[in-house]
Design a protein around this ligand. Sequence first.
Ligand SMILES: [Zn+2]
Length: 62
Amino acid sequence: MENLNSNDVFCEKKCKTCGETFEIKVGEKKFYDDHGFELPNRCKACRDKRKAKSSEKKSQDK
Ligand SMILES: [Zn+2]
C-alpha cells in the first residue's frame, strides 16, 4: 500500500458552480471509489447549498 493519509490532498478540482478551486482528500477519493461514485464537480460549500435548497423546497411542498 502507498503511504497515504486520508487527510492528504488527492487532487484539486475547480467548482462548476462558483469557479473556486477545492481539494479532494485521499479519504474522500476512497469514499467515492468505494461507492462507485464520480468525484464531485462542485466544492463542498456549493454542494451544501444545493442540499439545503432541495430540502428547503421539500419542506415547502405540501
Ligand atoms: Zn463552489
